[in-house]
Design a protein around this ligand. Structure first.
Ligand code: BGC
Length: 455
């Protein structure tokens, strides 16, 4: 009896330790969400302040994305060389400098430099946070724990919208406060990283096996830890330092391809047309801007709730089933939205229902599942680099969709635009069904073995 209780207690403590690690890492996701969303509420103020034309504004807004792409590359290399934790600390520092820099800029050039710095940090966090969680999580809960990062992204977006709203009436410097808010979670991320260990998989690659074992005992328990360490050692034995070129070997290339295509699908199925342009969509069916806050709450709330649903389901039903189901739902919702536009249906409520349905299906599937699968596809020695290429593809697709959407809406009409996105969702469904392997429940090393056999 006593022994069972003690075992139970140890298992709870282990779980809470892993959850603590995941929550700390997910703060990177929160800052990612916040930094990408905060700009929307500041546009009306920074445009006149810096005297920006429409084109200038476009460049100013997308300067973050430019930083992201570079940040992802830096993380791919530096994550291997200096460890996941140290590079995440660097990201926290960059988030902080970006917050203070944007908030205190009096000239456009400083503002742009600070935004690019924020982009670098977003790029780094977008791969290192989920990857670090995946490398520390026990296989059984890996899906849920990595999805915590997506939950944090969604919360970050919501926090940005709310804090922008609350700070709106703080005078002519309101936009400075809006940017400065980010300094708080950045400081929190920096200091809380001192509480968590380095990734055991990275430590083994650096031949620090004793330290790796010590951490594995804390995360997986004594019995499993030795076996896990052996497996990690086996995947890294006799391996030289990896290069980007290794991603093109016949065994890895198909995995890289899956990672890239999935990341591109996560973006070109249109999520950020809604996240960034919801008010524009409502305006195009004749709805006024008064209910903008309400729409934002409805969209953000739905996103949050269904991400939680995904977290419960992802380790039970698997990543693949979730994405298939989600893509099917997204196809239906976008088709419905397109029909409303063709029928010139101006009921804001109906439009909102289809938009919320679409968000719900995304949040319960492709939203978190892409990040989970991206951390699971690549072998230990190439994870950082493989993931960085896939996520660069994500950021590039994100910017293309973001730039193309307003033009599509104007030139093609809402009906055709949403039909195009509905077709892309259908394509995503077919692709995932045919090519994406299921990864739930297995250790990263088991997956590595399986993929090298199959491909
Ligand atoms: C995507 C972001 C998107 C967010 C919305 C993330 O998984 O990568 O582009 O804005 O989900 O919840």
């Amino acid at each position: 009896m006593f022994k069972t209780n003690v075992c139970h207690l140890i298992s709870i403590l282990m779980k809470s330790y892993v959850v603590l690690i995941s929550v700390v890492a997910a703060l990177g996701g929160l800052l990612f969400g916040f930094d990408t969303a905060v700009i929307s509420g500041t546009i009306n103020f920074i445009q006149p302040y810096f005297g920006l034309s429409e084109v200038g504004l476009g460049w100013t807004v997308s300067s973050l994305l430019f930083g992201c792409v570079i940040g992802v590359f830096i993380a791919g290399k530096a994550g291997d060389r200096y460890g996941r934790k140290k590079v995440l600390m660097l990201a926290a520092l960059l988030f902080f400098l970006s917050a203070v820099g944007t908030a205190s800029s009096h000239a456009l050039i400083y503002f742009l430099i600070a935004r690019v710095m924020g982009g670098l940090a977003v790029g780094v966090a977008s791969i290192l946070s989920p990857m670090y969680i995946a490398e520390l999580a026990p296989a059984k809960y890996r899906g849920t724990l990595v999805s915590l990062n997506q939950l944090a992204i969604v919360v970050g977006i919501l926090v940005a919208f709310f804090s922008n709203y609350l700070l709106l009436d703080t005078g002519e410097n309101n936009w400075r406060w809006m940017f400065l808010v980010m300094a708080a979670p950045a400081v929190l991320l920096f200091f809380s990283l001192f509480l968590v260990p380095e990734s055991p998989r990275w430590l083994v690659a650096r031949r620090q096996n004793d330290e790796a074992l010590r951490i594995l005992i804390k995360t997986s328990g004594k019995e499993l830890a030795h076996a896990e360490l052996k497996e990690i050692e086996a995947t890294l034995k006799n391996q030289e330092e990896s290069t980007y070129r290794d991603l093109l070997t016949p065994k890895i290339k198909p995995l890289l391809f899956i990672g890239i295509i999935l990341a591109v699908f996560q973006q070109i199925t249109g999520i950020n047309t809604i996240m960034y342009y919801a008010p524009k969509i409502f305006a195009s069916v004749g709805q006024s801007n008064d209910s903008a806050l309400l729409q934002t709450i409805a969209i953000g709330g739905t996103n949050l709730i269904f991400t939680l649903v995904a977290m419960v389901l992802i380790d039970r039903f698997g990543r693949k089933l979730l994405i298939l189901f989600g893509s099917a739902g997204m196809t239906l919702m976008l088709t419905g939205l397109s029909v409303l536009f063709f029928m010139k249906e101006t009921s804001g409520v109906l439009v909102l229902v289809f938009i919320l349905g679409y968000i719900a299906f995304f949040a319960a599937s492709l939203g978190p599942a892409l990040w989970v699968v991206a951390t699971e596809l690549f072998p230990n020695r190439l994870r950082s680099k493989g993931m960085s290429i896939a996520i660069v593809a994500l950021w590039v697709s994100c910017s293309i969709v973001t730039i193309a959407f307003p033009v599509m809406l104007e030139k093609l009409s809402g009906g055709i635009t949403f039909l195009v996105f509905a077709f892309i969702c259908l394509a995503s469904l077919l692709y995932v069904w045919r090519y994406v392997p299921e990864t739930k429940g297995k250790t990263l090393e088991e997956l590595e073995k399986e993929f090298s056999r199959e491909l």
